[in-house]
Ligand binder design. Sequence first.
Ligand code: URP
Ligand code: ZN
Ligand code: ZN
Length: 474
Amino acid sequence: MMADAVFDVVVRRARVATASDVFDADIGIQGGVVTVLGQGLAPGRHEIDAAGRVVTPGGVDAHCHLDQPMDPPARMADGFDSGTRSAACGGTTTVIPFAAQQKGHSLRAAVDDYHRRADGQAHVDYAFHLIVSDPTPAVLNEELPALIAEGYTSFKIYMTYDDLKLDDGQVLDVLAVAREHGAMAMVHAENADAIEWLTRRLEAAGRTAPRWHAHARPMLVEREATHRAIALSQLVDVPILIVHVSGREAVEQIRWARGHGLQVFAETCPQYLFLTAEDLGIDDSYQGARCVCSPPPRDKGNQQVIWDGLVDGLFTVLSSDHAPFRFDAPEGKHPGGQEVPFRHIPNGIPGLETRLPLLYSEGVLGGRISLEKFVELTATNPAKAYGLHPRKGTIAPGADADLVIWDEGEFVLDNQRLHHNVDYTPYAGMTLRAWPAMTLAAGQVVWDGQQFHPRKGQGRFLRCGPPTLRPRPR
Ligand code: URP
Ligand code: ZN
Ligand code: ZN
């Protein structure tokens, strides 16, 4: 400790990366907030030497599922404790999971329940999106407007999954509320009826192994629903954000919308950059259940389309869509202890901890995207889309001191390295080129490159403001 310390923490000689610049500076931190960026800052009580290292804002993972209530036997492997531990060790310092309304129940009840699940558990800060599955008059006229005013300014709507899906009239109703109250609507775009029809045909032919999941959800069902979501948002004249875009056909719809001046934002996820449908299996092995998620990963050509969309600004954010189910578990990918037809395999893969290292390794160090673009996609834009910027998503005076100091060097990823509560990672065996050497949350070291430093219960609930994203027509 230094006697004449001026700052709580000084990160020295950082190569600071924001969404607009990369520059050398010391970072002075007081009270958990960045107060000064400059050269040769006065001493801090805690000095961190970042010489030669890139420092980015802590990641904002704006699409992850933690302890979301499920129909038994399914149960998510990560709640706010292990989920935010895993996030922090991979450089993510803000998470936005979902308070999901159950049909027949109130939205407010879902939010209250979700707070009980999160209270005292989180190691990093968190906000909530809502999931609207039952837009009754009470939800549309009372609950949703009140919740938006209280800082729950985004919600996801589903065009698939029986327990969550809305019909087009309901989508229009909910979008009208988003417009009137300035909320961000996130849309899961897949055509439910087409999926059900395809699934029944596959089942009738005995095609029930995990790999057939990808055949039940081909790109055209995503393309059609993406087109419909865009048309519905145009009718209401409200921005939307299409989540987890998987490939070319949905990308084409979004480009069309942008070209027509519509405010259609888009999210993609690492699984669409690094996995293909073959990861669900090339034969009838059950191993592929690990990678069953929706929309499913496509092929190498579509991976390139997604990379292109990251580079040219088609995509606004890169999220993990962390949906954690253990593989070898009756509450996970083996429901009731069985190998089951793909229809019954819980959808989703883990990815909170690997999101930033994967994109830094293959995107930045692979020469595909700039550091600024990396920051924009993983921190700044998600913070803007969901009303958390400039407190989150940047390194600037007044912002929370959520920082990632990067270590560049090759290693082979395995699940042992990770801090989630899932018994696999779909990215095992990949050679990565970077991992956080240190993560700071509100100025505190939460990951030092070797060890996790718990700060359970110190993660704060964040009330979100209105979205501040600017449209980028194409
Ligand atoms: O398969 C997925 N993506 N599971 C999580 C739920 C969702 O639709 O995002
Ligand atoms: Zn979804
Ligand atoms: Zn999701």
